[in-house]
Design a protein around this ligand. Structure first.
Ligand code: BTN
Length: 239
């Protein structure tokens, strides 16, 4: 895949930039910034950023499929980032559907969005936030967030890291387009929750369920009160 990187010193949100400009941009356009003023996360959360320390970027895709499975694209992205970060730091895990954790704290979040006109898929936007060189975090997230720096006490070059992630992403995206599921295996093998009981928020109810597997379609298989249930992302929050 040919990437075209466009860098902004500061921007509201790299996902929003692609949402507003995708008709004029090619597949593989990457919007990257050193500072987002209105970074967004899943479930209408915000993504807090500290200036110049972290990697925040979005990739524009035009997959020629009518019904994109966003969960699979998010997991494909998780695997791409996992492959890069796991060479730099230990104890790194994937938390379905869109997080990468070190010692149970979030180092990376992914926000996958799609734009349709009627039934026609116009584009998919994959937004990625990786906490790289942040030494500390705002108090709202300090107990839940970590960075590569905090985990290793080393400083990382943001451009090198971006290139490594894009190379890995390109490899896994080819697999996705060929309907091969090696990236799901990366997620399965590195997900700490599989086979364990976890507290979840499901249909506005907090309960304990057993996580059985991540399926090839990207959904989560759980055992809920002795019933196997397939869950799509957005239906459940692992607490
Ligand atoms: C999450 O953890 O809920 C997802 C966080 C995604 C954050 C990234 S940073 C780059 C891109 N632009 C955004 O506004 N959000 C994503």
């Amino acid at each position: 895949m040919n990437f075209k990187i466009i860098e902004f010193k500061e921007i509201d949100s790299t996902n929003d930039y692609l949402k507003n400009n995708f008709p004029y941009l090619d597949e593989g356009t990457v919007i990257v910034t050193k500072y987002q003023t209105k970074g967004r996360g899943r479930l209408t959360r915000s993504w807090l950023d500290s200036k110049n320390n972290n990697l925040t970027f979005s990739i524009l895709l035009n997959p020629e499929i009518s019904n994109p499975n966003l969960s699979k694209l998010t997991l494909m992205t998780c695997a791409s980032i996992f492959d890069v970060l796991s060479k730099k730091v230990e104890n790194i895990k994937i938390k379905w559907p869109n997080d990468i954790l070190i010692d149970n704290k979030k180092i990376c979040g992914i926000l996958t969005e799609s734009i349709f006109e009627g039934n026609q898929l116009k584009c998919v936007i994959i937004g990625i936030g990786i906490n790289v060189n942040s030494k500390k975090f705002p108090k709202e997230i300090v107990s839940r967030a970590t960075s590569l720096y905090q985990a290793t006490k080393k400083h990382f070059d943001l451009e090198e890291l971006l290139q490594a992630v894009l190379t890995s992403f390109s490899k896994h995206y080819q697999m996705f387009l060929q309907d091969k599921h090696s990236y799901i295996d990366v997620c399965r093998l590195n997900s700490p929750f599989i086979g364990t009981m976890v507290k979840v928020l499901i249909n506005e109810e907090i309960k304990m369920v057993k996580i059985i597997d991540i399926l090839d379609n990207g959904n989560l298989l759980i055992n809920d009160d002795n019933q196997l249930r397939e869950i799509i992302s957005g239906e459940i929050t692992l607490i």
